[in-house]
Design a binder for this molecule. Structure first.
Ligand code: SF4
Length: 64
């Protein structure tokens, strides 16, 4: 499972990170790092929760 990051839409709420800091990594200013995320096996449900928690819809699940 991959997550597409729409970096320009991120407003730095860090809700994704607070749910799953191992999956969603932020820069020093609290914005998500650009580039697609490959979700480790077994962490798909947590990743889905992080995607849904983003109020800016900056995260999108992309099945591979
Ligand atoms: S929850 Fe959304 S807006 Fe907030 S840091 Fe994560 S990607 Fe950015």
């Amino acid at each position: 499972m991959k997550i597409k990051v729409h970096h320009s839409m991120c407003q730095g709420h860090a809700r994704c990170y607070s749910l799953a800091p191992d999956i969603f990594q932020l820069d020093d200013a609290g914005y998500i790092l650009p580039g697609d995320i490959t979700v480790p096996a077994g962490q798909e449900a947590l990743a889905q929760r992080g995607v849904r928690a983003c109020p800016e819809r900056a995260l999108e699940v992309a099945e591979d």
